[in-house]
Design a binder for this molecule. Structure first.
Ligand code: MF3
Ligand code: CO
Ligand code: CO
Length: 265
């Protein structure tokens, strides 16, 4: 999501009840299921608006859920498709995917009033080495963050670990967008920065649910928004990659709500 001014939080962190957690498990599972459904369709020659249509119809007709991006702050489509040097919030359109493209597909569904949010990278045929590299680094960054989630740890610890790994791999962390609390609202407190200082920030408590979704660039960290008001691209045109899961803080650690049951990190 868009990083807000640090001065005034608009609302506070919500702690989910067991009943709410069960609903968030359902929403998370549905979001993960859309990524799995769309995978075989991500091929050379298809347009991103075709992928959007398949996801939209699946979410609405099969899952009887709501695609959260559609009309969110005026976003015109049901999913985000961010190709190559697009960092995030790419709008599905008539351009066809070509061999060597890499893209992030970001799915958020609302079921029974609760959100599930997850995204991953896809490769269309063999990808350029630089693109493969940044995809892998962003995946590792997400995993590093997720594995740290447990009561008592602070968000600054997580942000720091992600930043340290990304920069050691000669990649950069996008600052303007971050993970977020999630629940009845798409974007809740707290903001989950993918950089920071150990021992700072919100301390995790059981019942918190938030996303970890590092946006990692192969080149410099700087980004700009295109005139459509949504599409975020790298200023230096380098490849960018992102993976995202929704995670619950449990008494003993965490539970990834958007991880398919037959998958591990
Ligand atoms: N799913 C994105 C996130 O992870 C937000 C997309 S907002 C949209 O926070 F309007 F672009 F859909
Ligand atoms: Co998100
Ligand atoms: Co998302």
């Amino acid at each position: 999501m868009f990083q807000k001014s640090p001065k005034k939080p608009t609302s506070s962190i919500t702690f989910k009840t067991p009943e709410e957690i069960e609903k968030m498990r359902v929403a998370g599972r549905l979001a993960a299921e859309v990524l799995r459904m769309i995978h075989p369709h991500v091929r050379e020659g298809v347009t991103t608006e075709y992928l959007d249509r398949l996801c939209h119809d699946h979410i609405v007709n099969v899952q009887q859920a709501i695609p959260a991006p559609l009309n969110y702050r005026g976003f015109p489509k049901s999913i985000c498709t961010s190709v190559n040097h697009v960092v995030c919030h790419g709008i599905p359109g008539p351009k066809t995917l070509k061999k060597g493209d890499v893209l992030n597909i970001d799915i958020t569904v609302i079921k029974d009033g609760y959100h599930g949010d997850t995204s991953r990278m896809f490769h269309v045929g063999p990808a350029p080495i630089a693109a493969q590299r940044v995809s892998r680094v962003s995946y590792e960054c997400m995993c590093i963050g997720l594995r740290m989630v447990r009561p008592g740890i602070r968000l600054g610890d997580i942000g720091h670990a992600i930043q340290k790994y990304a920069e050691a791999q000669h990649c950069s962390v996008v600052r303007e967008y971050c993970g977020h609390g999630i629940g009845r609202e798409f974007h809740e407190e707290p903001q989950v920065l993918h950089y920071g200082n150990p021992g700072t920030g919100v301390e995790l408590v059981p019942g918190m649910v938030f996303t970890i979704e590092p946006m990692i660039n192969a080149g410099k960290r700087h980004v700009k928004v295109l005139p459509d008001g949504w599409t975020v691209v790298t200023k230096d045109h380098s490849f960018s990659a992102q993976w995202e899961h929704t995670v619950l803080v449990t008494d003993t650690g965490h539970e990834i709500l958007t991880l398919p049951h037959d998958e591990t990190l």
